[in-house]
Write a protein that binds this ligand. Structure first.
Ligand SMILES: Cc1cc2nc3c(=O)[nH]c(=O)nc-3n(C[C@H](O)[C@H](O)[C@H](O)COP(=O)(O)O)c2cc1C
Length: 390
């Protein structure tokens, strides 16, 4: 069955008639309930390890690839592995960001075990680290968790299912206070990392400009924008099918898609509605950044994991405080066209040159701060069974 919808496109004031299939035609932009069922928690799951995993799979992670796998075959142990298919070779060629996502997963897992009276002894890279080249990535464990009685409930655990990344403009009339920034920064207690940030008005324009310029490089470099486009899920049917990636369910993008104006096989043509929408989002996000917070440290595999553990704690703290923390990772992407912005990101935040070795201080996370006017939606997750090897 077909239904004709009249949709006003943002910006141009153009009214178009889009023919959307009725099956995909709930006019709500909310994600389908089944795609976001993970946020209801473990429900009636009785197994301790699976209950903990039900929390961990909500971890923040790049492009919502959910690259984690777990092996539960050894009793009293959880072995965390990476799925070598779920990587971002163009924008994250060394897997640094993917491993930050593993760190976030591990932190939530440890917290969820502790909340059930179970302590976890975490051994990172028990069979050696993954190499620099993604092509050589195999299923060697990222971490082996040995469980034993103990564990103290962490106050931030209460925020796990409230935590969502605000991928939207912030309210430009609401500043972020220095106290809020300090409280956020104090949530990082890993001595191997450094946390920095600013909410000072004179500091913001160059950092906003960095976000906007680096986003333009990602959009205008065909192979990097295609990486995002291939991971974009538009409308309820695609979102339900994949339950990962960049999920878009707004009416405008669904209309563009239905009208064939969102070509998944080529970068958006400059001047097209899809191009304007994509650029407009990045420009709005950049310009409404009301502060920034960043994490840095050495750049060995364990440092990347630890950065992820600290990052999710910081975002949970932000959730408790009601302030938005949104990574803008474009300037941190390690592909050649981004090099000038990568250098500038290190200069503006750490006042340091580009790191040359894994022991040099490296910017691991760079996030915009601010307040959204509305609730931030939960993003899809695949079902728990998809992650578990038994
Ligand atoms: C290492 C890392 C880098 C990220 N970079 C970006 C980014 O550049 N832009 C963005 O919108 N979100 C970024 N995110 C947030 C993810 O897109 C987000 O965690 C994921 O879509 C799941 O959504 P949720 O955090 O609301 O559960 C990043 C997250 C991590 C862990």
């Amino acid at each position: 069955m077909q239904r004709r919808n009249f949709i006003r496109l943002v910006g141009g004031g153009v009214v178009v008639a889009a023919t959307l299939p009725m099956t995909a035609c709930s006019l709500s932009s909310a994600f389908p309930a089944q795609a976001v069922e993970a946020w209801k928690g473990p429900q009636d799951e009785s197994d301790l390890r699976r209950r903990a995993l039900a929390y961990a799979i909500t971890a923040p992670n790049p492009h919502n690839l959910q690259p984690w796998l777990v092996d539960l075959r050894e009793s009293g142990v959880i072995t965390v592995l990476t799925d070598p298919q779920r990587v971002l070779p163009q924008t994250d060629p060394f897997g640094r960001q993917i491993l930050i996502g593993h760190g976030a997963f591990l932190e939530l897992l440890v917290m969820a075990l502790a909340a059930q009276g179970t302590a976890a002894e975490v051994a990172l890279w028990p069979q050696g680290e993954l190499g620099a080249d993604l092509k050589g990535w195999d299923r060697r464990p990222v971490a082996r968790l040995t469980l034993k009685p103990g564990g103290l409930k962490d106050p931030l655990f209460a925020q796990v299912f409230n935590r969502h990344t605000p991928k939207s403009d912030y309210d430009p009339s609401r500043t972020v206070s220095a106290d809020t920034l300090s409280a956020l920064m104090a949530s990082v207690n890993d001595k191997t990392l450094r946390v920095g940030g600013t909410v000072s008005a004179p500091d913001l324009p160059p950092l906003r400009e960095l976000c906007w310029k680096s986003a333009q490089v990602e959009v205008l470099t065909p192979r990097t924008i295609m990486e995002s486009i291939h991971l974009t899920r538009v409308g309820p049917a695609e979102i339900l099918k994949h339950r990962d990636g960049i999920s878009l369910n707004g009416l405008m993008v669904r209309a563009l898609d239905a009208l064939g104006q969102f070509d998944r096989n080529a970068p958006p043509t400059q001047g097209s509605q899809a191009y304007k929408a994509m650029m407009g989002r990045f420009e709005g996000h950049s310009n409404t950044s009301m502060g920034f917070v960043w994490l840095s440290g050495k750049n060995r595999r364990a440092d990347q994991i630890n950065a992820g553990r600290a990052y999710v704690r910081l975002q949970l703290k932000a959730t408790e405080l009601g302030v938005g923390v949104h990574p803008m990772s474009q300037a941190l992407q390690e592909f050649p066209e981004m090099a000038p912005h990568y250098a500038q990101a290190h200069q503006l935040t750490l006042k340091r040159p580009v790191p040359m070795t894994p022991d040099d201080e490296t910017l691991q996370m760079f996030c915009r701060l601010g307040y959204t006017g509305q609730a931030v939606p939960a993003t899809p997750r695949r079902p728990l069974a998809a992650f578990v090897r038994t």
